[in-house]
Design a binder for this molecule. Sequence first.
Ligand code: PLP
Length: 391
Amino acid sequence: MTSSHSHQHSQQSAIPFNKPYLIGNEIAYIREAVESGKISGNGMFTQKCHHFFESTYHFPKVLLTSSCTDALEMAAILTNVGAGDEVIMPSYTFVSTANAFVLRGAKIIFADSNALEPNIDAEQIAALITPRTKAIVVVHYAGVACDMQPIMDLANKHGIWVVEDAAQAIDSFYYDRPLGGIGHLAAFSFHETKNIISGEGGMLVVNDPQLLKRSEIIWEKGTNRSAFFRGEVDKYGWVDVGSSFLPAETIAAFLYAQLEKLDIIQTKRKQIWETYYQNLQPLAQQGYFRLPHLPHYATNNAHMFYLVFPDLEQRTHFITQLRLHDIHAVFHYLSLHKSPFYSPHHNPQRTLVNCDHYADCLVRLPMFYELNDNQQQYIIEQIQQIYSTIN
Ligand SMILES: *Cc1c(COP(=O)(O)O)cnc(C)c1O
């Protein structure tokens, strides 16, 4: 792109950070669900979604949930995390990763991110393990795999559960293994900001065979209703704790329509991602910001396109300049170990410098299925404009 094109798109309307979209059969399938006479959970579309994941990624068992938050709460129940137990996780993550375990009374031991990318620094985990450590929760940030092999080895050596927060990680891999299929449990999200959406929505993956039976019971309000409908027991009743974690069939119908088009959605998102990467490389080489880093063991599922600035002031300047041109770039997460809720429980001697750096310096560019070429070129030109006077 040359600077002579810079003012071509002055009539551009506002570009949001995210935009939900329909890919095909969503409305038709919702209608079909309603007309079938059943829109509560665990009906035909829920089964179709389960089958999709179990056959596409060979996950042993999956259960749709109303959110990834719900799936994480199920993971906390299934791992029997309770008062006095410690759970290790990155501080640079969404609050639900931590809340699910705090709700069970656990103490969260926050770990730092890598210097090159925001995932948990696998090498720091060993030093945080104590006799009270019950689980390690990894977050595949931006759909980029954490370094799972050393983490699984460490966890197995100490008899600790591993839960993957795979909220952003659909259709992404660690070497040739699908994310969500490596830890004992994993949680996905279909929130409207993710690659595949259903408004609110999520899924628990149960990889550990010991947890299969109980996962269904917790999902169905602490009853053995699923076993009853399979004819395995002759009556169903209250057999454990649980809650109402199932989504309605209308949600599953929407989700199934998206899953059918997963490849088309992913191809488009990867194109958008590559276009950002290629066009912003010259500015990155001049040192204005860093582009996303992909470790050799990780694939890119194009969940997110982020930039990392040298400091907070430069990030604020960037976001403000884009806002002036009606482009909505956003930042996240605030370090959880410094949050008003959790900072009293975090040892202040343990500074997490990489986490704090991403909290101050990372920004996400607009990224959604319907982002068109004109809009993306406009965004890239406006970014080039910010630095054109400096050169
Ligand atoms: C989106 C997200 C969640 C929460 O997902 P919901 O479906 O909104 O509950 C949890 N963890 C991470 C890392 C996320 O990105």
